[in-house]
Design a protein around this ligand. Structure first.
Ligand code: ADP
Ligand code: MG
Length: 833
């Protein structure tokens, strides 16, 4: 048993071991005998030779790589662009295995198509397994608090907060060890500054971190890596970079970088710090987020998303222009943060002058310290008052409604203090805003004024500042926030927290490669953080919209790090382009599941970004230049071949705005729908419709008026324009000429070149099934395909993304011709005959 050509993955021994049982099952399905493998008494045999589990894992892994590579090579044999980057495959001592797998694959694929056509249900083992996995996932997602408990007495609509009360029970008081300090709160209001800057300067001195200034600077000087733990609001994000700047770390043209998991936090904190320093945002203090760079040559304090720093490694692999990098909010454990930690640990070895600060709001500092070879931990005690925790006595059917009733209840019964309300996303926040308005309308002076402040990722900058404005006397502020307010942003004056217990999370099925967003119950750690927000300025209260039984039995202790529940294709591509080939040995704090890593490699192979020894191809190198997911960047790179890069980057920009393009005001839905359908005439599909919107807006001279007339969100369009400008500049960088085409088929083919893994076929019952995996989804009602009159569902479509609400829906859908798949991705869709 030899393993040749293993340079792709390095030492497979460190591959996370998939359970033995799972392997056994899989092997059974693959007909072991044909592969020369067998299992006897739980031992793995390969051509009669006994293997250890490690060897076995390695064999499986390499076989997979080999299989992908062979298929890929067969398919791209005549593609000159690829040829020059190809190596002759290393001989593998089981050629038959490859061939057999190949054959089986085609047969299986053929069977899928046949079954589709005959409407038969395929119930092979593999499919049943998939189904079980999905059921389990769906079970998790739809876990409703309190299904086990008694239901609410009355379920009907209620109009009045005073008539419908929600019963809460006070169960516990949140106090964490020595974290509570009930005094020492300097009354900022008493400071009488001569002007704004003085006032801010005084305010800075009242932050808990201020007394630690000297110690912090000493610790940074003496240690290369320092872990900082401190309560949210203690001043870590805004003060530490300033202290370091004041202490001279920005001399000699060096920068201090501070990463944030969220765009809005990076922007808002940079704005605050520039005010505190009395400089213009974008000059000495700036921020950099995807598609938006607000920095200049003079910038010395740079706030940025973790993803942006990751991209900076591509240009400056040793981060030479930085003297300090602070990875803030490390406890969030986003995918980019985790990858950054690994990369930073690596470069710190040969950049002894680089200082690393890892800051976290939670107490699990030891884990970070261990990761950085027992790095020193500095704990900053927060200013924390007790928080009473109230649980719901009985669960509520509709948590949003219950939450609003609870908030109004607080408003009419509780002493002054603002309310912080945690919701799952923009849509929910907008709905809540409407319900609030509806419920308080007509109450007039019966209740005092409620100021509703939403905050979510896509909120325009001018409105972001509003949440920080002090509440006028006699009024009460209700901040409707996403997870953003859990630790990234601190809003002063919050005394009441309303926590429905949910957040939106990405989930990923590594088997099918399907990723979707779903509303999921939060972890205990998150709910503690949320409650803590109520105790910053005084004794606070937290109302949890679930029972204490739910808390104890339904919530996980901590949130699973993103690296273990996401699609890794983007990260793998980034690491590969950084020259890190040995992904298995890459130092992750928590390694990703082996299956997800394989899936990522598989996708990158299929997209032509990697060659068979796992190296970046020219296509892959170009793809890595674009700060978008690999399928999207492949679509852009492929547009070169179809001579339609101009159109394709418009589509890519429209798909990347992160918010909806069309809007449908309640009172004008018919008008809005009619306006929207105009872009769909000729049943062109959602991608082309987006292009038409963009072009029409451009023709109207980017007019705001035009947007109003056509029920288009101006903000989204402006963002699309910015993104498009950037993509155009990047095209130049990868030497793709801007070329324009009127041929819609060519444009759709370019889209297909990136999104062929997202192709689905119509089933008898009107749903769609992915071609390679038995995964069922439906076209989202918002798609133009569903809106057209007398529509006939197309036989074969591709989609941009999946969202899980009541069903699994595909968003942004375009009809394609099945023949294209064989033409564009024969290695992925091989058909017999
Ligand atoms: P930490 O990072 O430890 O959570 P921060 O440095 O973010 O703390 O916050 C310190 C203080 O600065 C808080 O009292 C917060 O309210 C204030 N602050 C932060 N950002 C802003 C902003 N954009 N506008 C007004 N105040 C802010
Ligand atoms: Mg912070």
């Amino acid at each position: 048993f030899t393993t040749r050509g293993s340079n792709i993955v390095g030492d497979v021994e460190t591959l996370r071991k998939v359970s033995r049982q799972e392997y056994l099952k899989k092997r059974e399905a693959n007909k072991l005998k044909e592969l020369g493998e067998s299992i006897e008494d739980g031992e793995y045999l390969y051509k009669g030779v006994k293997l250890t589990e490690v060897e076995y894992n390695r064999l499986s892994y390499e076989k997979k790589i080999y299989e992908l590579a062979t298929k890929h090579e067969a398919a791209t044999h005549h593609d000159h662009d690829h040829d020059q980057y190809y190596r002759i495959p290393e001989p593998y001592d089981d050629h038959e295995g490859g061939v057999n797998q190949e054959k089986r694959f085609s047969v299986a694929l053929q069977r899928c198509w046949d079954d589709d056509l005959n409407g038969r249900d395929n119930k092979s083992n593999q499919f049943a397994e998939q189904k079980a996995w999905e059921d389990q996932q769906i079970g998790k997602a739809t876990l409703k608090f309190g299904s086990k408990n008694k239901r609410r007495k009355c379920d009907e609509e209620y109009d009045f907060v005073f008539e419908d009360q929600i019963e809460f029970v006070k169960k516990s008081v949140l106090l964490e060890g020595d974290q509570m300090i009930a005094n020492g709160n300097v009354d900022v209001g008493k400071v009488q500054p001569s002007h704004q800057l003085d006032k801010l300067r005084e305010e800075r001195k009242t932050l808990p971190i201020y007394t630690f200034r000297e110690r912090l600077l000493q610790d940074v000087e003496k240690n290369q890596v320092l872990i900082i733990v401190g309560e949210t609001g203690s001043g870590k994000t805004t003060q530490i970079p300033q202290y370091l700047h004041e202490a001279g770390y920005t001399k000699g043209g060096k920068k201090i970088g501070c990463t944030q998991p969220r765009r809005i936090a990076a922007m808002s904190v940079a704005a605050r710090v520039s005010q505190e320093m009395g400089v213009k945002l974008g000059h000495a203090v700036g921020y950099s987020i995807r598609f938006e760079d607000c920095t200049s040559e003079k910038t010395v304090l740079k706030y940025m998303t973790d993803g942006m720093l990751l991209r900076e490694f591509l240009v400056e692999p040793d981060l030479a222009s930085y003297s300090v990098v602070m990875v803030d909010e490390a406890h969030e454990r986003t995918l980019s943060t985790d990858v950054l930690l690994g990369l930073l640990k690596d470069i710190a070895r040969y950049r002894p002058d680089l200082k690393l600060i890892i800051s976290s709001a939670t107490l699990d500092a030891e884990k970070f310290s261990d990761f950085f070879d027992s790095a020193k931990i500095l704990r900053i005690p927060g200013r924390r008052y007790p928080v009473d925790i109230h649980y719901m006595e009985a669960p509520q059917a509709d948590y949003l409604d219950a939450a609003i009733v609870a908030a109004l209840q607080v408003h009419v019964t509780q002493p002054p203090g603002d309310i912080l309300f945690f919701l799952t996303g923009q849509e929910e926040i907008e709905t809540a805003e409407e319900i609030f308005k509806h419920r308080t309308r007509g109450l007039g002076t019966k209740i005092s004024e409620l100021i509703i402040c939403p905050i979510y990722a896509n909120l325009p900058t001018e409105l972001q500042a509003k949440i920080f404005e002090p509440t006028p006397e006699g009024a009460r502020k209700v901040v409707l926030a996403t997870n953003i307010a859990e630790t990234s942003l601190t809003i002063d004056g919050i005394k009441y927290v309303i926590d429905p217990g949910f957040s939106k999370m990405k989930s990923y099925n590594p088997r099918s490669g399907m990723e979707s967003l779903q509303v999921t119950p939060i972890s205990k750690a998150s709910s503690m953080q949320r409650a803590g927000r109520a105790g910053r300025t005084g004794h606070g209260k937290c109302f949890r919209l679930y029972t204490s039984y739910n808390y104890d039995s339904d919530l996980d202790d901590t949130t699973v790090p993103e690296v273990q529940r996401t699609n890794l294709a983007n990260v793998v591509l980034t690491l590969k382009s950084l020259g890190i080939h040995d992904l298995v040995n890459f130092e992750f704090m928590d390694p990703p599941p082996c299956e997800a890593l394989l899936k990522a490699l598989e996708l990158l192979f299929a997209l032509g970004a990697l060659n068979k020894v796992g190296e970046l191809t020219k296509v892959g190198r170009r793809m890595a230049e674009f700060p978008v997911d690999p399928m999207l960047s492949k679509m852009i790179v492929a547009s070169d071949k179809y001579k339609c890069s101009d159109e394709v980057i418009s589509i890519a920009a429209m798909l990347s705005t992160g918010s909806s393009i069309f809007y449908r005001p309640k009172d004008k839905q018919v008008h809005a729908d009619t306006a929207r359908l105009r872009f769909h005439s000729g049943n062109v599909g959602d991608h082309i419709a987006l292009l038409k919107v963009y072009n029409a807006w451009k023709e109207a001279n980017y007019s705001t008026q035009w947007c109003y007339e056509n029920y288009i969100q101006v903000r989204s369009m402006k963002r699309a324009r910015d993104i498009r400008d950037q993509l155009e500049r990047l095209l130049e960088r990868v030497e793709i000429k801007l070329s324009s085409s009127n041929d819609l088929e060519a444009i759709k083919k370019a889209v297909t070149s990136g999104f062929f893994p997202h192709c689905v076929r119509l089933q008898k019952n009107g749903s769609y099934r992915t071609i390679k995996h038995p995964h069922t989804a439906h076209i989202h009602p918002s798609s133009g395909i569903m809106a057209l009159e007398h529509h006939l569902l197309p036989r074969c479509v591709l989609y941009h993304e999946l969202v899980l609400t009541t069903k699994e829906y595909m968003r942004q859908v375009t009809e394609i011709k099945p023949e294209w798949l064989v033409e564009i991705a024969p290695h992925y869709y091989q058909l017999n005959g």
